[in-house]
Design a protein around this ligand. Structure first.
Ligand code: NAP
Length: 314
C-alpha cells in the first residue's frame, strides 16, 4: 500500500474515496484514540456501532452517522469485526473474556482487532482463548499519538495469522498509513513495547536539552527549529518540543499510560535477559512524574519532573 511519510496525515476525504467497504464494526473504547478511529471507519463507509463506558464520548461517532450502543453485548451483536481500544491488560481481558464481554456475545468467527497497548503474554493467552471459542484475534497496537488517530496516519504493528491480517486490512488501512504484519499473536505488542522504549527515551532527552538551552538563555524556538533539521530531528521533537516550551501538557498520551507501557517493556526485557539501562532510568522518571501528580498530563510532562530535578520552572 501507499505509505504516508511520518507526521503527514492524509486527507480524510481521500480515505473515504479510496477505501470504502461495507462492514458492520463494533468499536469498544471511544477515548482519545478510539473516538477519531471509529469516526474515520464510519466516514469510510463502514457501519460502526460504538460503546464507551462514559456514554457522552460516543457523540462524535453519532455525529458522523454511527450508532451508540448501551453495552458491549449490544455493540457486538451482528458485528463482522470488533475493534477494541481501552487502556490496559485487565481492561482488555474484561472487555473480551468477561461475562458480558465480546466472546460471550459476538457470533463465532468474528474477527477481533485489539488496538490497545497491553502485555504480550496477556495477548497470547487471549488469542488462545479466542481460538478455543471460535474467534480470530489480532493484536494491533498503534503509534502516532492523538494526531495520528485524528489524521488516520497511525503506524500499526500487527500480531496474528497472515490470513486474519489480510481480512483486517479494510479496517486497518482506514486508520493507519504504515500497517505491518510483524508475526504471530503477541508480536504486535512486543514491537509496541519497543516503540514505547524509544519514545520515552526521546522525550526524556528532549526535555533535558530544552532545560539546558533555557539555562543558557538561548532562543529556544530557533534552537528547536535548527535541531529539527539535523540528526537530532524526530517525530517526538516535532510533536512535543513546543508543548515543553509553552509548558502546555494537555493530553495527548497520558503519563499514566506511558508508565504502564514502561512497566511492560522493563518486565518483558527482564524475562528475556535483555538489560535496558536507559529504559529503566526513564521508567523511574515516568514513575516519578506520576507520583508527583502528573499522571493525567501528556507524557511530554516528563519535562516537569526533570525541571524539578534541576530546580527550574516546571
Ligand atoms: P483514553 O483516552 O483513556 O481512552 C480509553 C477508553 O477506554 C475510555 O473511553 C474508557 O472509558 C475506556 N475504558 C477504560 N477502561 C475500560 C474498561 N475496563 N472497560 C471498558 N472501557 C474501558 O486512552 P487512549 O489514550 O485512547 O489510549 C487507549 C489505548 O491506546 C491505550 O492502551 C494506550 O496505551 C494506547 N495508545 C494511546 C496513544 C495516545 O496518544 N493517546 C497512542 C498510542 C497508543 P471512560 O470514558 O469511561 O473512561
Amino acid at each position: 500500500m501507499a505509505q504516508t511519510p511520518p507526521g503527514r496525515g492524509r486527507d480524510p476525504q481521500t480515505v473515504t474515496a479510496d477505501r470504502s467497504r461495507d462492514m458492520r464494526i463494533a468499536f469498544v473504547g471511544l477515548g482519545i484514540m478510539g473516538s477519531p478511529m471509529a469516526v474515520h471507519l464510519q466516514q469510510a463507509g463502514h457501519d460502526v456501532v460504538g460503546y464507551n463506558r462514559t456514554p457522552a464520548k460516543a457523540q462524535p461517532l453519532v455525529d458522523a452517522g454511527g450508532t451508540a450502543a448501551a453495552s458491549v453485548a449490544e455493540a457486538v451483536t451482528g458485528a463482522d469485526v470488533v475493534a477494541v481500544m481501552v487502556p490496559d491488560s485487565p481492561d482488555v481481558v474484561d472487555v473480551l473474556a468477561g461475562d458480558d464481554g465480546v466472546f460471550a456475545n459476538a457470533r463465532p468467527g468474528t474477527l477481533v482487532i485489539d488496538f490497545s497497548s497491553i502485555r504480550p503474554d496477556v495477548t497470547a493467552d487471549l488469542a488462545a482463548q479466542a481460538r478455543e471459542r471460535g474467534f480470530r484475534l489480532l493484536d494491533a497496537p498503534v503509534s502516532g499519538g492523538q494526531a495520528g488517530a485524528q489524521n488516520a496516519s497511525l503506524s500499526i504493528m500487527v500480531g496474528g495469522s497472515a490470513e486474519d491480517f489480510d481480512a483486517a486490512r479494510p479496517v486497518l488501512d482506514v486508520v493507519g498509513s504504515t500497517v505491518v504484519h510483524v508475526g504471530p499473536a503477541g508480536s504486535g505488542q512486543t514491537v509496541k513495547a519497543a516503540n514505547q522504549l524509544i519514545v520515552a527515551g526521546n522525550i526524556g532527552l528532549l526535555a533535558e536539552a530544552i532545560l539546558f538551552l533555557e539555562a543558557y538563555g538561548v532562543d529556544t524556538a530557533a534552537a528547536v527549529r535548527v535541531l529539527g533539521g539535523g540528526l537530532a530531528g524526530s517525530t517526538v521533537l516535532d510533536q512535543k518540543a513546543q508543548k515543553m516550551l509553552d509548558r502546555s501538557f494537555e493530553p495527548g498520551f497520558r503519563v499514566d499510560l506511558h508508565h504502564k507501557d514502561l512497566g511492560i517493556v522493563t518486565s518483558a526485557a527482564r524475562a528475556a535477559d535483555v538489560p535496558v539501562p536507559l529504559g529503566a532510568t526513564v521508567a523511574q522518571l515516568m514513575g516519578a512524574a506520576r507520583a508527583q501528580g502528573d499522571g493525567d498530563l501528556d507524557h511530554s510532562a516528563l519535562f516537569r519532573t526533570l525541571a524539578r530535578l534541576a530546580g527550574r520552572e516546571p
